[in-house]
Write a protein that binds this ligand. Structure first.
Ligand SMILES: Cc1cc2nc3c(=O)[nH]c(=O)nc-3n(C[C@H](O)[C@H](O)[C@H](O)COP(=O)(O)OP(=O)(O)OC[C@H]3O[C@@H](n4cnc5c(N)ncnc54)[C@H](O)[C@@H]3O)c2cc1C
Length: 476
């Protein structure tokens, strides 16, 4: 249904408005939205200030026009896809680094700033923003806050939520709120900051954030370890984490993924399950490496090669960051169903990885598994032939079975990508009706007209009833 967005021209915005086809088409889906599920917004707005965001939201809510925040569009669950049309609110022009305060280990930023730009700006003060996702070179701080992203260093430093102190945000009615505090702790009132983080643009539009920073480590060691079996590798990672090895990054690639990385990135990874490691410390880093080695040896590690030169490690980390592309380009006849992102308690990590691989073998499917192993996070992709409905159905069933198993193991359907469209059907299975009912009540209280990013997170409209046509490939 087309919405009348002519009111936008009367709002006297500092930013731009477009109803042009190419702009609307470019905001019709995010990275995880299949071609046949893209929906064009009726208009794209590029706000340049909090006042712009407030004016657009107040006017859109008055007129019943949906508003979907959009940043870099690298989301993997269709979260920024404007499934009911209306306005795509593109925050990428609000990209200023407003105020760095090294003495407080803090920086204030606008939401559209790209993650790595924050790191570049504070590096000269010896600081960095630790929870950047693998996409941190091209995704924005606003998108990371909205999905509560995390990354390769989360095992040591935590997720984005752990590094946000305060948010300025605009509610659906246009009112501007400040959530959280610049003090590193506060017990004052409801914790609205935590409520907004991970809410995928369904409760408010973030217009400013105060981020916490960490000091760059004095000592860094990096390398890789090779295991005879995936079971050994997964068990070694879990043992290292529960034994308290102070590791900054611990990423697992199964044999299939190692082959894909070699084909795409030209690396020379052995044809075996491999763990990438990085250690950070201000002193005593080599003791930590030795501690990890001892644990890995007790799990039969075949090669433990930490202390590789920086250029070589840069190539390996780049290959790790490029795995999504490596999976996509592996076989021209196969397409990945959207990326799995299950996360389980670390003691169940080996179970969920083993289950995914067993399903792949039983059902004759290619299922590469990799991910932020130290967090219990498995990224898996099920590759299917899009022209073979039976193959697609078999793949979708395997995909869903892994999610269900992760939830049964006390884990979550999504460790970092969010629910968006693709994981809505697992929300009740994971949290139960009563909890999802409380989430719906929050949504109704803050956005009674369902203006902000409608159709996301919940398996039905906030008013009730399944919404037709709002599916991603992950839906069944
Ligand atoms: C190659 C690749 C690697 C990736 N690796 C990781 C990874 O390691 N870890 C990880 O967590 N994710 C990863 N992702 C997923 C994605 O990059 C993250 O979810 C990222 O945080 C999204 O940021 P974005 O700027 O692209 O946001 P978008 O995709 O544009 O939007 C994401 C969500 O945020 C909302 N939003 C955006 N800006 C605002 C705002 N200002 N206020 C309120 N809501 C807003 C949107 O409505 C949408 O719901 C990866 C993606 C790719 C393509």
């Amino acid at each position: 249904m087309a919405h009348d967005v002519s009111f936008l021209r009367d709002l006297d915005l500092a930013g731009d408005v477009s109803t042009g086809d190419s702009h609307r088409e470019s905001r019709a889906g995010d990275w995880g939205t299949p071609a046949d599920r893209r929906v064009r917004p009726d208009a794209v707005v590029w706000p340049e200030s909090t006042a712009d965001v407030s004016a657009v939201l107040a006017a859109a809510t008055d007129r019943g026009v949906p508003v979907t925040p959009y940043a870099a569009g690298t989301g993997l669950e269709g979260s920024a896809t404007p499934v009911r049309g209306g306005i795509s609110l593109d925050t990428t022009r609000m990209d200023a680094i407003l105020d760095a305060r090294p003495a407080d280990l803090q920086v204030d930023v606008e939401p559209g700033v790209v993650g790595s730009a924050v790191d570049e700006a504070v590096a000269r003060c010896g600081l960095f923003f630790p929870p950047l996702p693998s996409s941190g070179d091209f995704s924005t701080i606003g998108g990371m806050i909205a999905t509560d992203a995390s990354g390769m260093k989360t095992v040591k430093y935590g997720e984005v939520a752990d590094w946000v102190l305060q948010l300025e945000a605009v509610l659906a009615d246009g009112s501007v709120i400040t959530a959280g505090s610049k003090a590193v702790k506060t017990s004052s009132g409801y914790n609205l900051k935590e409520l907004l983080i991970g809410s995928e643009g369904t409760l408010a539009v973030v217009t400013r954030a105060t981020l916490r920073l960490a000091g760059l480590p004095e000592q860094v060691r990096a390398g890789r370890a090779v295991f005879p079996t995936l079971d050994d590798a997964a068990a070694a990672v879990a043992d290292a984490v529960t034994s308290g090895v102070d590791v900054a990054t611990i990423e697992l690639l199964d044999r299939t993924t190692a082959r894909m990385a070699n084909a795409y990135s030209g690396t020379d990874l052995p044809d075996a399950p491999t763990v990438f490691l990085e250690f950070h410390a201000d002193h005593g880093v080599d003791e930590e490496v030795a501690f990890c080695r001892a644990i890995f040896e007790s799990h039969g590690v075949e090669r433990f090669d930490v202390g590789r030169d920086e250029a070589e490690m840069d190539d390996l980390w780049q290959a790790r960051k490029d795995l999504a592309y490596a999976v996509d380009s592996w076989d021209p006849n196969l397409e990945p169903l959207h990326p799995g992102d299950v996360t389980v308690p670390i003691s169940r990590y080996a179970d969920v990885v083993r289950y995914a691989k067993e399903l792949a073998a039983e059902r004759d499917l290619v299922v590469p598994c990799f991910g932020h192993a130290g967090d219990g996070n498995v990224h898996y992709s099920v590759l299917v032939d899009p022209d073979d409905p039976e193959h697609v159905a078999r793949g979708e069933e395997a995909y869903a079975a892994v999610v269900r198993r992760a939830i049964d193991l006390g884990g979550t359907a999504t460790g970092e990508h969010g629910i968006g469209l693709g994981k809505r059907e697992y929300l009740v299975a994971e949290h139960g009706e009563a909890t999802v009912g409380a989430m719906r009540a929050v949504k109704r209280a803050l956005d009674p007209t369902d203006t902000l990013n409608p159709g996301k997170i919940f398996p039905e409209t906030v008013g009730g009833g399944r919404v037709r046509g709002e599916r991603t490939r992950g839906d069944r």
